[in-house]
Design a protein around this ligand. Structure first.
Ligand code: NAP
Length: 317
C-alpha cells in the first residue's frame, strides 16, 4: 500500500496558512462541497467570489457564511448559469471587471444523473453542457486573468469517470441514441477531466505558467442527487448517506481546497487527488489511482476540437 504524502490523516485544512490577499473563484458555491470549500478558504482570510445560478440561494449562503465567520468576510456572488453560454460570457465579463486577480478558479458546479435527456439553452445534453461545456468556456474566458495572476484551475471530477462508457461519445455527444442518467453523467465528468489534462499540455507547449489540477470529492453527502437526480437515485443515495460509505460535504471539499492552495512542489498536475480510503469514496485525502483512459491523448484532442466548436470559443494561449 502506498503511503500518503501528507501523513496518516492525509491532507486536511490544518495545513492551511493565512490566505489573506488571495482570491478564489468557486462555481456552484451556494451548497455542498463548493459551499464548504468557500467556508474553509474564507476562514483563512481569503476572498471568495461565488459563481452561482440562483440569487436567492446565493444570498442565503452569503448570510450563513457571515453569520458563522463574521460580517467582514470577503465573500460575493456573480450570477452564472452554466446551462447557458451567454450567461457564462456575462459572468466572465463581470469577473474580469471585479476581480483584479484570480489565484484559483475552482470548477466545482455540476448536475448529476438527470433522469431523462434534457438540453441546455444552447442545445447540449444537459450534463455535458453544464459540467463540461460551461466550464470549458468559463476557463477559456478567464484564462488570461488567471495567467496574469500566476493562478490555477482546479477541475472537480468524479470517480464516475471510470464508470459508464469510459470514453467520449464523439459521434453522439447528446446521447440521442442511448441516453442513460448515470452513463451520461460519467461521460460529462470524464470530459471535464480529459479537458484538464489536455489543458496542462497546451499550457506547457505555450510556455505558460498556469497550473491545472484534477480532484474529486469521493462520495459526499451533498445536494447533488437531490437536486438533479431521479427519485430512485435520490432514495438510494439518501440511504447510502446514512452509512460510513459516504462522508460529509466538508470532507468532500478538502481535495478542491488542497488543489487550490497547497504548495506547487507538493502537487503533481498529472495526478488525481481525492479520498484514498475504501473505493476512493472516503478516507485520507491524497493521490488516488487514475485509470489511463482519462489521459488518452487522441480522444482528448478530439474533445478539445469539439468543445471549441460547440462553445464557439477558440483558446488563445
Ligand atoms: N457528492 C458526491 O458524492 C460527488 C461525487 C463525485 C463527484 N462530485 C462532484 O463534486 C462537485 C460538487 O458537487 P456537490 O456534490 O457539492 O453537489 P451540490 O451540493 O448539488 O452542489 C452543486 C452546485 O452546482 C450548482 N449548479 C448546478 N447546476 C448549475 C448551473 N447550471 N449553473 C451554475 N451552477 C450550477 C448548484 O446550484 P443549485 O444549488 O442552484 O442547484 C450547486 O451550487 C460536482 O462537480 C460533482 O460532480 C460529487
Amino acid at each position: 500500500m502506498s503511503t500518503n504524502q501528507f501523513g496518516k490523516k492525509g491532507w486536511t485544512p490544518e495545513r492551511l496558512g493565512n490566505l489573506s490577499g488571495k482570491t478564489y473563484l468557486v462555481t456552484g458555491a451556494n451548497t455542498g462541497a463548493g459551499f464548504e470549500a468557500s467556508k474553509i478558504l474564507l476562514s483563512k482570510g481569503a476572498e471568495v467570489v461565488m459563481l452561482n445560478r440562483n440569487e436567492t440561494k446565493s444570498a442565503k449562503a452569503i448570510s450563513d457564511l457571515k453569520a458563522e465567520l463574521g460580517p467582514n468576510v470577503k465573500v460575493s456572488f456573480i450570477k452564472m448559469d452554466l446551462a447557458e453560454l451567454a450567461s457564462v460570457r456575462n459572468a466572465a465579463a463581470e469577473v474580469i471587471k471585479k476581480a483584479s486577480k484570480i489565484d484559483a478558479l475552482i470548477c466545482n458546479a455540476a448536475i448529476a444523473q438527470v433522469p431523462t435527456q434534457k438540453f441546455t439553452k444552447d442545445g447540449f445534453e444537459s450534463q455535458l453542457g453544464v459540467n463540461h461545456y460551461g466550464h470549458f468556456l468559463l476557463c477559456g474566458l478567464l484564462y488570461n486573468r488567471i495567467e496574469e495572476s500566476n493562478g490555477r484551475i482546479v477541475v472537480v471530477g468524479s470517480e464516475g469517470y471510470k464508470m459508464g462508457i469510459k470514453t467520449i461519445q464523439s459521434d453522439d455527444m447528446n446521447w440521442d441514441k442511448n441516453y442513460n442518467p448515470m452513463n451520461t453523467y460519467c461521460h460529462s465528468k470524464l470530459a471535464q477531466m480529459m479537458f484538464a489534462y489536455e489543458l496542462q499540455d497546451r499550457i506547457r507547449s505555450a510556455n505558460k505558467n498556469v497550473k491545472v489540477y484534477v480532484c474529486h470529492p469521493g462520495a459526499s453527502a451533498t445536494s447533488l442527487i437531490k437536486t438533479s437526480g431521479g427519485l430512485r437515485d435520490r432514495i438510494i443515495f439518501g440511504l447510502m448517506s446514512m452509512t460510513p460509505l459516504v462522508q460529509s460535504a466538508e470532507k468532500g471539499a478538502y481535495p478542491e481546497v488542497m488543489c487550490a492552495t497547497e504548495e506547487e512542489e507538493n502537487l503533481n498536475q498529472k495526478a488525481y487527488y481525492g479520498p484514498t480510503g475504501r473505493m476512493q469514496w472516503t478516507g485520507p485525502v491524497g493521490e488516488c489511482k487514475l485509470e489511463p483512459h482519462a489521459q488518452d491523448k487522441a480522444i482528448a484532442t478530439k474533445l478539445w476540437a469539439v468543445s471549441e466548436k460547440e462553445t464557439s470559443f477558440k483558446w488563445n494561449f
